[in-house]
Design a protein around this ligand. Structure first.
Ligand code: SF4
Length: 73
């Protein structure tokens, strides 16, 4: 999964940090987050998405193609 945050909408209230502290962090530079967190953190990230009053967090499903998927002949 991939996490995206619209930092222009983020008001730094820290609710996502409380929901998913392993993914989101607030410091003097603002909000920081892991763009591709472990799948096991999905429930926490979903809680963060739901808790964000600004609607700034997006959770995107990404699929990683298998290493043997090269189609060049
Ligand atoms: S919950 Fe939303 S508005 Fe609050 S710090 Fe996180 S991304 Fe920003």
């Amino acid at each position: 999964m991939r996490v995206s945050v619209d930092l222009a909408r983020c008001d730094r209230n820290g609710l996502c940090v409380m929901a998913a502290p392993e993914v989101f962090q607030l410091d003097s530079g603002g909000l920081r987050f892991i763009e591709e967190p472990d799948e096991e953190l999905r429930p926490d990230v979903e809680d963060a998405v739901a808790s964000c009053p600004a609607g700034a967090i997006a959770l995107l499903d990404i699929t990683t193609p298998p290493a043997s998927a090269s189609g060049h002949a």
